[in-house]
Design a protein around this ligand. Structure first.
Ligand code: KIV
Length: 324
């Protein structure tokens, strides 16, 4: 049990320890620690942070436990990215993931997030045909899964639809540069904005999204110099991934940060931990303990109460006597 829990819930703890909460301490499978209270992050907070030059942090999360850890660590934005198509579902790219698959993950993340702003990615095909369809799908993320904003890829060409979704009271995060849902059009995952023409288009895309009133703009896979120009030009906070340090914030896919992505990492990825090694080590140790009968130990087993044990022994002895 953590000290933090005891500080926040002295009565619960005393009850649990004295057995008055409904069972002996060994019967309580888990006690959930409660984190420190923190200010709720909203779309307005992102703008405030840009104004005050305070960097915005964002990580992806796709499940309850990870979302909870990310939120309790004080990350500003939790993004349920459609990157989950690859990281969680093993698809080759993001194109096949559906609205229903995304909703399943957003609901789980919602249950783990208290303070961070929760943004859900709109998957490919869910906002490309009509504004009505985009509003319908975006509203599902808000009503059925508790998202506080949705993210859509594309700049100028998507801005009319984005405006309509914002008019329907749903905050939108933009995403320009290397947009993974355009992988077939781009001919692979290539750094964007390397020619004057491409820079001009990116700037037009950023300004169009800025004027439409998006909550933030993800800048992915573009030269640092271009990201710096865009960030200085617009009022909307920019969140970079492979876009250099001048963006207003930074995002990483949590599987990249934890070395859980299997392939060769992109240049911008920094491993802050090695979950692959940790998981493999733990799994191998468990396997070895099971094979050698080292797990579980007596201390990891539940026991009968003394009086039940005595009564059981008496019953068994009587049965044995009758058989003789
Ligand atoms: O899907 C995702 O995880 C993303 C981030 C990389 C920005 O879009």
């Amino acid at each position: 049990m953590s000290l933090k829990y005891a500080e926040h819930h002295p009565k619960d703890v005393v009850q649990a320890l004295s057995g008055r909460a409904g069972g002996a301490l060994e019967d309580i499978v888990s006690l959930t620690p409660i984190g420190e209270p923190r200010r709720k992050i909203t779309t307005a907070t992102l703008r405030e942070k840009k104004l005050h030059h305070e960097p915005i942090s964002c990580l992806t999360a796709y499940d309850y436990a990870t979302a909870r850890l990310v939120d309790e660590a004080g990350i500003d934005i939790v993004l349920v990215g459609d990157s989950l198509a690859m990281t969680m579902l093993g698809y080759e790219n993001t194109l096949s993931v559906t609205v229903d698959e995304m909703l399943h993950h957003v609901r789980a993340v919602r249950r783990g997030v208290k303070d961070a702003l929760l943004i859900a990615d709109m998957p490919y095909g869910s906002y490309h045909a009509t504004a009505e369809e985009a509003i319908h799908n975006a509203a599902r993320f808000v009503k059925e899964a508790g998202a506080e904003a949705v993210k859509m890829e594309g700049g100028e060409k998507r801005v009319d639809v984005i405006r309509r979704v914002i008019d329907a009271e749903i905050p939108v995060a933009g995403h320009i540069g290397l947009t993974p849902q355009s992988v077939n059009v781009m001919g692979g995952y290539k750094v964007q904005g390397k020619t004057l023409q491409a820079i001009e288009q990116l700037m037009r895309d950023a300004v169009a999204l800025d004027r439409a009133g998006v909550a933030c703009i993800y800048l992915e896979g573009i030269p640092r110099e271009v990201a710096a120009m865009i960030t200085a030009e617009i009022e909307t906070p920019t969140i970079g991934i492979g876009a250099g340090p001048e963006c207003d914030g930074q995002v990483l896919v949590i599987h990249d940060l934890l070395n859980l992505t299997f392939g060769h990492p992109a240049k911008f990825v920094r491993h802050y931990g090695d979950a692959a090694a940790l998981i493999t080590q733990a799994v191998l140790a468990f396997k070895a303990d099971v094979a050698s009968h080292q797990f579980p130990s007596d201390g990891e087993s539940y026991h009968l109460p003394k009086d039940t044990q005595a009564a059981l022994t008496t019953v068994l002895e009587r049965k044995r006597a009758l058989r003789r």
